[in-house]
Every structure is written in C-alpha cells, then in structure tokens.
Design a protein around this ligand. Structure first.
Ligand code: UGA
Length: 437
C-alpha cells in the first residue's frame, strides 16, 4: 500500500519507518526542511535505538522517502496518517491541536481523490469529528474517511513496541476506513497481534485512558513506597508480591522520582480538560497528577536529608538527566525540578547523562557537566541516581567511594541493594526501602 505520514517526530518517524519495513511504500512529510534534509542524509532528529538503521535500509530499498511537499507526498497515498505534535496548550494544559488542524486543511486542499485520514497523534475525544468537518469545509474530495489509530509505543523501545504491539486500536465510522487499516496492519496479524476495532471516539479515549492508568500505577506505587519507608517495609518486594497477581500485573510498579516524559504529564492534563468540558469529575486522575507533581518537588528533600539536612555548600553529583533511559528526551524529566531545588538550596551540582547532555544543557543553567560517572562523583557529598541507564547499574562503587567526599548514594531508581553499597563504605538511600522510616 501507499501511505503518507505527516509529521516526522517520534511517532511519525518510527511509524513511517516500521510501516515501510512491513513492505508498504511510505512518504514522510514535514515542514521543517532542515530536519528532512538531515534524515535523508541519515542523521536522526531523535535518539532511538535501531531507528537509524531501519530508516537507512528502507530508504535504500526504495520503500521510504521524505519530502516537505505535502501535495506531492500524498499523491498516491491510500491513507494519510497525521502524526504531528499535540503539545500541552499554554494556560489550560489541554492538547493544542493547531498543528493537527493545519495539516488537515492543507491535506483537504491538496487531495485529488478520496483518502482515509488517520490520526496517530494523541488527540482528545471528538477531534476526528472536527477533522471530518474541516475536510468538508475545505472542499476535500467526496468520500474521504477519518479514523483514529492511536500509538502506544514507548520511547527507547519504540521499534519493538511498534512491531510487536500488545494490541492495535482502530476507531472508524465506516467500513472502508476499517478495511484499509486492517490491510495496513495485516503483516502484524501474522504475529497474532490483537486488533480492537471500535468507534472513533472510543479509540481516541482509549489512548488517554491507557496513559492515565499507567500514570496511576506509578503514582500508586510511589505512595506505597512512602508508606514502606515509614513502616519499615520494602516496596520492591511489595510490588513483586502484588504484581504476580495477573489482575494487577508486574509492570509499571517501579517506585521512583515520579513520572515524566512527553506523554503522561501532558495526556493526564488533557484528559482532565476533556472531563471538565464534559462536566464529569475524574477524581482519581486529578489526584494522580497532584501526587506526581508533589513527588517530583520532594526529591531534593531526600538529597538534603542524605547530606545531613542542609544543601548549602554541598556538592551533589547527579547521574542521569533524561526522563528515562535510552532516550535523549528531557521533557518533564524529574531531574529538572530536582536540580533546580538543589541549586536553590545552595548546592553545587555536577551531572552526567550518557546521551542527554545536548538537550539538558539549555534547561539546566548553573550546573557543570561531567564527562563520566566517576568525574560526577569527584568531591561529591552525595551521588544521586536519577535515571536508570544500564551503565549506572554496574558502577565501580569502590572508585565512586574513593572519589566522593561524602558517603551518600541516593538511589532514586532502586538500582542497588543496601548491602552491596555498604560493602564500599557508602550509605544507600533508596526509595521505599525503609531508610527514612
Ligand atoms: C508512555 C507509554 O508507556 C506508551 O505506551 C505511550 O505510547 C507513550 O507514553 C505515548 O503516549 O506516546 P513513554 O513516555 O515513552 O511511554 O515512557 P514510559 O516507559 O511509559 O515512562 C514514562 C515515565 O514513567 C518515565 O518517567 C518513567 O521513568 C516512569 N516510570 C515508568 C516509573 O517511574 N515507574 C515505572 O514503573 C514505569
């Protein structure tokens, strides 16, 4: 099939490259000429394991191409996916649909035959209805369809998630759109990927409900972690003990510094705005949001406690800045409020991140960037693990201990056990493991 993908951000680029890898002919379209030129030259705009190789090989095989010319890009397309950004709107935090509607208007004017327009971007309930109206208003050819096909991929594991999905959700209002999408995903059905065929509004809401539920699991276990600290229990073992119950599930029960990233914070807020507009209270989700905000803000206090109460004049080494490992994405990263508060408290901060430095530098003025883990530890009163990059899982703790001035290892991701850290004369401050009780 011939597909067009409007927007070459995370979702658009990964989805475009994966669809091409299934054998479809995909044209990725973006307004940003510099970005398109770079991708064509093999330079990826994001850091995602496996993406560069996938893009290059599909370009070579003639299945994947890139253009800034929307009209030419959609000419042969059976379906046009919209994968442009839907950032949080300034002021009320609802999803900003400016880019989505702009793309639809252009598309409507450029189309010469009926097309299936598919939203892949995360869009609030009712966006598909509005897209259908815009197509009419702008004089798109008769017979166009609008479908919703939300994406559930995780940064850092995006290609795997796309190719081996837990499920595919397709929301459509007509048989033609349903059939076209089934055909597009046919290669995945060979691997028995389940498909949920539903109405458009249901598909749109499913995406938000999924992210809100996952955010809820994280906030839940983070609160349980606080309780564990107070009563002398171990949250890792509680998580295992509850997670082995299939009704609960073991995933997304890692206590830590609060969730960040480009999705959970933005999507939970947007869902609350949708609920407000619908006049329906969502007390659980609104609590999840405030629990998470408070948690991120409280992380600096943990560091302060670990260095004896006051941050003033203390040197803190921070390991990991991105919101999670295997990405260079700094959006809503827990490291940002943590470091701001450390600085406000009068600490000096040195930080290291394996790939996030370029993104982090403009966001974190006033800190120094170290070249590696061990330089980060040099002269530090405390070393704080904020992001669980694999390379922080087997640190040479003897060297870390030698380089540090103090003894505190604040392990916000529970990468280490207390006993293994204490062997090197360090004091371990994990999350939810009894230390602060
Ligand atoms: C999330 C969802 O997991 C994807 O299914 C979804 O497609 C995506 O949002 C999206 O809407 O585009 P992502 O934001 O890439 O994916 O990353 P996650 O792995 O979900 O992690 C999000 C945050 O939760 C990170 O800050 C992570 O450290 C935190 N987290 C995750 C925890 O603190 N504990 C956990 O157990 C799991």
């Amino acid at each position: 099939m011939h597909l067009a993908m409007i927007g070459t951000g995370y979702v658009g680029l990964v989805s475009g490259a994966c669809f091409a890898d299934f054998g479809h002919h995909v044209t990725c379209i973006d307004k940003d000429t510099a970005k398109i030129d770079k991708i064509k030259a093999g330079v990826m705009p994001i850091w995602e394991p496996g993406l560069e190789g996938l893009v290059k090989s599909n370009i070579q095989h003639g299945r994947l191409s890139f253009t800034t010319d929307l009209k030419a890009g959609i000419e042969r397309a059976d379906a046009v996916f919209i994968a442009v950004g839907t950032p949080a709107r300034r002021g009320d935090g609802h999803a900003d649909l400016t880019y989505v509607y702009e793309a639809v208007r252009e598309l409507a004017k450029a189309a010469t035959k009926p097309i299936v327009v598919v939203t892949k971007s995360t869009v609030p309930v009712g966006t598909g209805d509005r897209i259908a109206e815009i197509l009419k208003e702008e004089g798109a050819p008769e017979g166009c369809s609008v479908a919703s096909n939300p994406e559930f991929l995780r940064e850092g594991a995006a290609i795997r998630d796309f190719k081996i999905p837990d499920r595919i959700v397709v929301g459509a209002e007509d048989d033609h759109a349903r059939e076209v999408l089934k055909e597009i995903y046919r290669p995945l059905f060979l691997n028995q990927a389940p498909i949920v065929l539903t109405g458009r509004r249901t598909a749109e809401l499913t995406k938000y409900a999924a992210n809100a539920f996952l955010a809820m699991k994280i906030s839940f276990i983070n609160e349980v972690a606080d309780l564990c600290e107070a009563v002398g229990a171990d949250v890792q073992e509680v998580a295992r003990g509850i997670g082995l119950d299939n009704r609960i599930g073991a995933k997304f029960l890692h206590a830590g510094p609060g969730y960040g990233g480009s999705c959970f914070p933005k999507d939970t807020l947007a869902l609350l705005r949708t609920a407000e507009e619908a006049g329906v209270e969502q007390r659980i989700i609104s609590t999840v949001v405030s629990v998470n905000d408070d948690r991120k803000a409280a992380m600096a206090d943990r560091v302060a406690k670990a260095v004896g109460g006051s941050l003033k004049g203390k040197r803190i080494g921070v390991l990991g800045l991105t919101f999670k490992p295997n990405t260079d994405d700094m959006r809503d990263a827990p490291s940002i409020p943590l470091i701001q508060r450390l600085l406000e408290g009068g600490a000096e901060v040195a930080a290291f991140d394996p790939v996030g430095r370029e993104q982090a530098e403009p966001l974190l003025p006033g800190i120094t960037f170290a070249e590696d883990e061990y330089e980060t530890a040099a002269g530090a009163d405390a070393v704080v693990i904020v992001t669980e990059w694999d390379e922080f899982r087997a640190l040479d703790l003897e060297v870390i201990a030698q380089k540090m001035k103090g003894k505190a290892l604040v392990d916000l991701r529970n990468v280490y056990d207390r006993a293994e850290v204490e062997r090197f004369g360090l004091v371990h401050f994990g999350v939810g493991r009894g230390q602060y009780g």
